[in-house]
Design a protein around this ligand. Structure first.
Ligand SMILES: [Zn+2]
Length: 292
């Protein structure tokens, strides 16, 4: 089973950080519509995790996703890492996002992905808060070390049921592979852009479960300008040293030139489904239950 997901926040982040520059918004519009046309052409349905603020500020994006037959999931309200919010704030953030997205798309929104996979060993209680807000499926667990998130001690990288407190959730962790003895992701973001196509498809072919994840920025041929110290500190909420800013800059730009072409090729070679479709085919009574 291969699941295709996108995390969608670009228009909103552009507005917050830069006031919504015309040429950037147009670039996102174009990449988005090209992607939707390609999905139609290949008859693929995907899950689009959207930030709640998009529903308020760029509702046509959320509406279009639903109208084209895709699943709308929740990617927090304002793209704030969950590691930076306390329990009450996460509850408020999620409830607001789910409501705003549902009102605009007309679907019930029950799938969630945290920005930057920011559910970790330390804030795993957040999963229980998500269920209180109507979330039934989650794809926020990145079972390896990672900037701003990651859950290296999570015991598996295939679908499972997570139990925490009184809550129970269907979890779709990100798949991992071993390269030179190091556990790394292969099916999305910078890893997908960086790794040779043949290695990605070979890894996917050897597994029964893969979940691919992209932001529009992964698929646009662009040079993202290095953030100023002030922009960096506002966005990442950590010191905007030259080293930190340079690391993010390199990670954001590596391989973006052919990201889209690579994804289109993959969509032609591999049969993809949305999370909603996967939910219906997984035998949930046969998967592991993990008590956190
Ligand atoms: Zn995101």
């Amino acid at each position: 089973m291969n699941i295709l997901t996108f995390d969608i926040e670009e228009w909103y982040i552009e507005k917050v950080l830069h006031g919504g520059r015309e040429f950037k918004l147009r670039q996102y519009d174009e990449a988005f519509s090209k992607l939707l046309d390609e999905l139609d052409r290949l008859n693929i349905k995907a899950t689009f995790f959207c930030v709640g603020r998009l529903a308020a500020e760029f509702p046509q994006v959320v509406k279009t996703i639903a109208e084209r037959g895709h699943e709308v999931g929740c990617h927090s309200n304002e793209h704030t890492w969950l590691t930076k919010m306390d329990e009450g704030t996460i509850r408020h953030d999620t409830a607001e996002a789910v409501k705003a997205l549902q009102d605009v798309c007309g679907q019930s929104v029950t799938a969630y992905r945290a920005p930057a996979f920011s559910i970790t060993e330390r804030n795993k209680w957040a999963l229980e808060v998500l269920t209180e807000c109507g979330i039934e499926s989650d794809s926020s667990i990145f079972p390896a070390a990672r900037d701003f998130g990651g859950y290296p001690t999570f015991p598996q990288d295939t679908p499972c049921i997570i139990r925490h407190g009184g809550a129970s959730l269907k979890e779709y962790p990100i798949g991992m592979t071993n390269i030179f003895g190091k556990k790394i992701a292969y099916s999305g973001g910078g890893y997908f852009r960086l790794l040779p196509y043949g290695l990605v498809t070979k890894t996917m072919g050897n597994r029964d479960y893969n979940i691919c994840y992209f932001h529009l920025n992964d698929l646009i041929d662009q040079r993202i300008k290095m953030k100023s110290r002030q922009e960096y500190e506002e966005y990442f909420n950590e010191p905007g040293t030259l080293k930190n800013r340079l690391t993010r800059y390199i990670k954001s730009n590596i391989g973006t030139g052919d990201g889209y072409a690579k994804l289109v090729r993959l969509m032609g070679d591999v049969r993809f489904v949305s999370l909603r479709e996967a939910n219906g085919t997984i035998e949930w009574d046969k998967v592991n239950t993990i008590e956190l």
